[in-house]
Design a protein around this ligand. Structure first.
Ligand SMILES: [Fe+2]
Length: 395
């Protein structure tokens, strides 16, 4: 057996897997209907399992017989083409791995603390609910029921003085469906309230199962904040063709829908605007054409792909979900699947570009209740115009 063939086969197969994941992620970043995306996934799966045996038999066992006594010059043009595609993919895999390993939050993140809550210890009811996918929730070492609670402080010297100290609690992607019971979400919402933010925001993907609409009063209905609760919906709410009843139910519970619009909060002659976008799935982008120096501009977006749009419209803080952090993050390699035109680049984390700070949350749940090396999370973000190292020590 030839080690050189095995090495090339392994790296080329890994490279093609990476290219297929990039293609899958990118296509899911556009507003395609679910039926089309399912066909794309089928093609992806077929190619993923076909490439390794095709190279193994086409170049190793038959053809130039590289597993035995063959030589590389005997590989035909088709064979080299297949290996070249794998090589390109492997370079992409190296690049994304380096990006993952070298990721650091921006320097304006001056304080960051987190704690992990074992949700099972906070509830007397079963966290595993009903439905075919419930077996996933019971898998060993699945982190679905260990919630990470963050408190992060950002030093943003350009925000208006009036909003110094504003705190926003952000959560996303609850995916009410059944396999994760309502009891889990009741604990999550309790923790959201405990964070005591001035504002609470939710950035979409509320449900996959219409019957779970009845969960809203005991979950979202129990959340409150002194300056209000605001939301946009996500692509799964659109897939379910149920966004109208979801919006109505949330509004009945006191939540304000900011999809395609802007709500202004006033303080000491200054405004904090909270806008929302559900693009590319639903609605229109909010009108953010003019901005005054006395405005703090916050954008809720279901996905992170509106980051460039937000920068062009002078958004100070963009909050997004949708990508779930990849849900499964491999050792060293990081996330593999994240539905975004940027693939895994913004799967989760905090990013600063052209004056826009974007926080992408890993979300609270998912359509499939499975998470490895990628805990569900909720975050309290505190914005400070002025910040001294003394405050950091104080925290
Ligand atoms: Fe989601």
């Amino acid at each position: 057996m030839r080690a050189d063939f095995w090495i090339v086969w392994f790296f080329a197969s890994a490279g093609v897997a990476k290219l297929l994941a990039i293609g899958e992620n990118t296509i899911h970043g556009y507003g395609w209907r679910r039926a089309f995306l399912q066909r794309v996934r089928t093609v992806h799966n077929i190619l993923l399992v076909s490439y390794p045996p095709a190279i193994f038999f086409g170049l190793g066992w038959f053809g130039p017989r590289l597993l035995f006594d063959g030589s590389w010059p005997a590989v035909c043009a088709w064979g080299w083409s297949g290996l070249a595609i794998g090589g390109i993919g492997f370079l992409a895999l190296i690049a994304s791995t380096i990006r993952h390993l070298t990721y650091r939050p921006p320097a304006c993140e001056v304080v960051a603390t987190s704690r992990i809550i074992d949700v099972a210890q906070q509830s007397t009811e079963s966290l595993v609910g009903t439905g075919r996918a419930k077996w996933l929730a019971r898998l060993p070492y699945n982190q679905q029921f260990t919630l990470e609670v963050h408190e992060k402080t950002y030093h943003l010297p350009d925000i208006p003085e009036a909003w110094d100290g504003l705190s926003i609690v952000h959560f996303s992607d609850v995916h009410f469906r059944g396999p994760v019971s309502r009891a889990y979400f009741e604990v999550v919402m309790h923790e959201v309230n405990q964070l005591g933010g001035d504002v609470v925001v939710f950035t979409g993907d509320l449900l996959d199962q219409k019957s779970c609409l009845s969960w809203i009063p005991d979950t979202f209905g129990r959340v409150s904040a002194s300056m209000g609760c605001y939301f946009v919906l996500g692509n799964h709410d659109w897939y379910a063709e149920f966004d109208g009843p979801i919006r109505e139910s949330l509004r009945e519970q006191g939540w304000q829908d900011v999809s395609g619009r802007t709500i202004s909060l006033a303080r000491n002659g200054s405004t904090c605007t909270i806008s929302g976008t559900e693009r590319p799935w639903m609605g229109t982008a909010p009108d953010l054409s003019t901005k005054t120096p006395a405005e703090l501009r916050v954008l809720l977006s279901h996905g992170p792909d509106q980051f460039v749009w937000a920068q062009k419209h002078s958004v100070d803080l963009m909050l997004a979900g949708h990508t779930h952090g990849g849900q499964i993050r491999l050792p060293i390699l990081g996330p593999v699947y994240a539905p975004s035109i940027y693939s895994c680049r913004y799967a989760s984390g905090v990013f600063l570009s052209n004056g826009t700070l974007m926080s992408v949350t890993r979300g609270v749940s998912g359509r499939e209740p499975i998470r490895y090396n990628c805990r569900p999370e909720i975050t309290k973000l505190i914005l400070h115009k002025k910040f001294s190292s003394a405050q950091k020590i104080g925290d």
